[in-house]
Ligand binder design. Structure first.
Ligand code: ATP
Ligand code: MG
Length: 564
C-alpha cells in the first residue's frame, strides 16, 4: 500500500522490472506469483515472499500476482493447509488475481509437454531405482554416469510413459528423466527426474493421476502458462535456473518468464523450515501450528501481531541477494511501535499482593476516569473503581529494598497510577513469614497532583480487589535457546534446542474490570507489563486468556549488551 507518506520500496528486483518496462521486454506487463506448497502453514519467511510478489502487483500499474499452489507432492499435502494459506494471505491484506491456481490444474498440459520432449528425444523413461539414480549422479567433482536406459527409442519411451500413466507399474519402478548432460558441472542438469510414479490420492485431482511431475519440471511451465513475467524465488534455486530455462527452451510455449533469486529470511532463535515446524507440532512441543511461539503467520497472529507490523517488518528488512540472519528484536520492534501507537492502555496485576487502604471506607467505590491512550483521543476514556481493597504487583513492594528502589517499602509512599499516593503502615505475614497483605493509608489531597513538600517518585499500577476480573496470562519467550537457525536445524534432536522457559502461564492475574468485555484478538498495553492480546483459541467470556505479544522494551538487547 503505497501512500505519499510511505513510498514504494526500492530493491534490485524492482530495478530489473523498471528496466524491463523501459525496454518493453515482456510487452510492458508485470505478472508475479506466490507459489507455496500446501504442506504446512505459512511462516514469516513466506511473508517476505508474499510482500515482495503481491507488493509489486500493488505498486505497478496493471500488474498482477497469482496465488498458485505448487501441489505436486500429494502425500505431504492437505486441503487444511490450502485453506490456512489462503486465509493468511488475505489476513496480510493481499488479494490475488482471478481464481486461486493449482499446478495440478496443468497436469494434462504438463503430460503433453513431457510427450513432446520424449518425441524430440529429450526425455526418456529410466528404470533405475531411486538409490541407483542417486549413486550414478556423480558429485561436485566427478561427472555422473549415463543410465543404461538413456538410449531407449522414442517408441519404447512413449509406450512406457503411457503405461506409467495408466497405472501399470508400482511406485518407483520407472521415472521419466530429461536427457540433458550427465557430465554437466551443474548437478541439476544431469538428467533430472521429471515424473515419478506415486499411487496416491490428490487433494485436487483425487485418483486421476498416479504419476506426478517434479517441481523443477512443472514450475517453469506453470509460470509460462500463466504468463508470469518475473518468477521470484529464493537463492537456493539459483543453480536450478539453467533447468528452468532448458525446460521452456525445449517445449513449444510462447512465454519465457525470468527467474530471479533473492535471499530467504532467517530469524534468530527460530527455524523456517516447514518440515521442522511440522515436527514441533506432531511431537507436541507446541500447541499446534498456531502456537504463539511459532514463527508461523497463524502463530504470530495469535500472539497479537498485526498485518501492518509484519508488512512493516518486510519493508524494513528489504530484498537483497545476501543471506543474513535477522535479529528477533527487529520483528519485535515493528509490533511494539504499532501497538504503542494503537493499543489502548489497561491495568492488570500479574502477581497480585493485597493492599488494604484503611483510610477508605469498606462500602465506598470511587470511579476514577482514565484516558485509554496518551496520544490518541479517539480511543476514548474509561472508569476504574477505586476501593478499600486493591491489588498491586508483588514486585512493587520490597521489605529490604535495594538502593534507588522507588516503589513501595515499609513506611514509604508510592503513587497509584491515576489515583492517590498511599503509605505502607503495616506488613501482614502468615506463620511462615510470607507476606499476605499490606495495610496502607491514602492521602485524599493527592488525587492527580503531588503532595505538597513531599517527593513521591514511584508510580505503580493497581486494580480494585473487589471489582476486577480474574484472568490467565501467558508469557512467551524465544522457542529455541540457540540464536543461530543453522544450529537449530542441524541439531540431532530438535528437542535439545528448545528453550524450557518459552511459556510461563500465570493464573489468577487481576485485570481491571473494563477488560471483562474484551474479545478474541483485542490488544492492550498493560501498563508497565507489555503488550497483550486476548487469545483467539482458549479465551472464553468466563475465563479470559491473554497472550503477551511483546515486552515494553527490548530486554534481550539489554541482556546481550551486558554480556558483551
Ligand atoms: P519450507 O522449507 O519452509 O517448506 P519452501 O521454500 O519449501 O519453504 P514453499 O511453500 O515452496 O516453501 O514456498 C513458497 C514461496 O515462499 C517460495 O517462492 C519460496 O521461495 C518462498 N519462501 C519460503 N521460505 C522463505 C523464506 N524463509 N524467506 C523468503 N521466502 C521464502
Ligand atoms: Mg518446499
Amino acid at each position: 500500500m503505497t501512500t505519499p507518506e510511505k513510498p514504494a520500496p526500492v530493491n534490485f528486483i524492482r530495478h530489473i522490472i523498471n528496466q524491463d518496462l523501459e525496454t518493453n521486454k515482456h510487452g510492458g506487463r508485470v505478472a508475479t506469483r506466490f507459489p507455496p506448497e500446501p504442506n504446512g502453514y505459512l511462516h514469516i519467511g513466506h511473508a517476505k515472499s508474499i510482500c515482495l510478489n503481491f507488493g509489486i502487483a500493488e505498486d505497478y500499474p496493471n500488474a498482477t500476482c497469482n496465488m498458485r499452489f505448487d501441489d505436486t507432492n500429494p502425500t505431504k499435502e492437505d486441503i487444511d493447509y490450502v485453506n490456512s494459506i489462503l486465509a493468511d494471505v488475505h489476513w496480510l491484506g493481499f488479494e490475488w488475481a482471478g481464481d486461486v491456481k493449482y499446478t495440478s490444474d496443468y497436469f494434462d498440459q504438463l503430460y503433453d509437454y513431457a510427450v513432446e520432449l520424449i518425441n524430440k528425444g529429450k526425455a526418456y523413461v529410466c528404470s533405475l531405482s531411486a538409490e541407483e539414480i542417486r549413486r550414478t549422479r556423480g558429485t561436485l567433482t566427478e561427472p555422473g554416469i549415463d543410465s543404461p536406459y538413456r538410449n531407449r527409442s522414442v517408441k519404447e519411451n512413449l509406450d512406457l510413459f503411457t503405461r506409467m500413466r495408466a497405472g501399470e507399474f508400482k511406485d518407483g519402478e520407472h521415472v521419466l528423466r530429461a536427457k540433458i548432460d550427465m557430465a554437466s558441472p551443474n548437478i541439476n542438469m544431469r538428467d533430472p527426474v521429471m515424473y515419478r510414479i506415486l499411487h496416491a490420492s490428490h487433494h485436487q485431482t483425487a485418483d486421476k493421476w498416479c504419476i506426478y511431475p517434479m517441481y523443477d519440471y512443472s514450475h517453469p511451465i506453470a509460470d509460462a502458462l500463466e504468463g508470469i513475467t518475473h518468477s521470484l524465488c529464493t537463492l537456493e534455486f539459483e543453480d536450478h535456473r539453467p533447468l528452468y530455462d532448458w525446460t521452456l527452451d525445449n517445449i513449444t510455449i510462447d512465454c519465457h518468464p525470468q527467474q530471479i533469486e533473492f535471499a530467504r529470511l532467517s530469524l534468530e532463535h527460530t527455524v523456517m523450515s516447514k518440515r521442522k515446524l511440522n515436527e514441533l507440532v506432531t511431537r507436541k512441543f507446541v500447541d499446534g501450528w498456531d502456537d504463539p511461539r511459532m514463527p508461523t503467520i497463524a502463530g504470530i497472529r495469535r500472539r497479537g501481531y498485526t498485518p501492518e507490523s509484519i508488512r512493516d517488518f518486510c519493508d524494513r528488512i528489504g530484498i537483497t541477494k545476501v543471506d543474513t540472519v535477522i535479529e528477533m528484536g527487529v520483528l519485535e520492534n515493528c509490533i511494539r511501535e504499532d501497538l504503542d501507537a494503537n493499543a489502548p492502555r489497561a491495568m492488570c496485576v500479574l502477581n497480585p499482593l493485597k493492599v488494604v487502604i484503611e483510610s477508605v471506607p469498606a462500602d465506598k467505590t470511587e470511579m476514577l476516569v482514565f484516558i485509554n491512550h496518551p496520544k490518541t483521543e479517539t480511543l476514548g476514556k474509561r472508569e476504574i473503581p477505586f476501593t478499600r481493597e486493591i491489588y498491586i504487583d508483588r514486585s512493587d513492594f520490597e521489605e529490604n529494598p535495594p538502593k534507588d528502589y522507588k516503589r513501595l517499602i515499609p513506611g514509604g509512599e508510592v503513587r497509584l497510577r491515576g489515583a492517590y499516593v498511599i503509605k505502607c503502615e503495616q506488613v501482614v505475614k502468615d506463620n511462615d513469614g510470607n507476606i499476605i497483605e499490606l495495610r496502607c493509608r491514602h492521602d485524599e489531597k493527592t488525587l492527580g497532583k503531588n503532595p505538597e513538600g513531599r517527593k513521591v517518585k514511584g508510580v505503580i499500577h493497581w486494580v480494585s480487589a473487589t471489582d476486577c476480573v480474574d484472568v490467565e496470562v501467558r508469557l512467551y519467550d524465544r522457542l529455541f535457546r540457540a540464536d543461530d537457525p543453522l544450529v537449530i536445524s542441524k541439531s540431532a534432536d530438535i528437542k535439545d534446542q528448545l528453550n524450557p522457559d518459552s511459556l510461563v502461564i500465570m493464573e489468577h492475574c487481576k485485570a481491571e474490570k473494563s477488560l471483562g468485555t474484551a474479545k478474541a484478538g483485542d490488544t492492550f498495553q498493560f501498563e508497565r507489563e507489555g503488550y497483550f492480546c486476548v487469545d483467539n483459541r482458549h479465551s472464553t467470556a468466563e475465563r479470559l486468556v491473554f497472550n503477551r505479544t511483546v515486552t515494553l522494551r527490548d530486554t534481550w538487547a539489554k541482556i546481550q549488551e551486558k554480556q558483551a
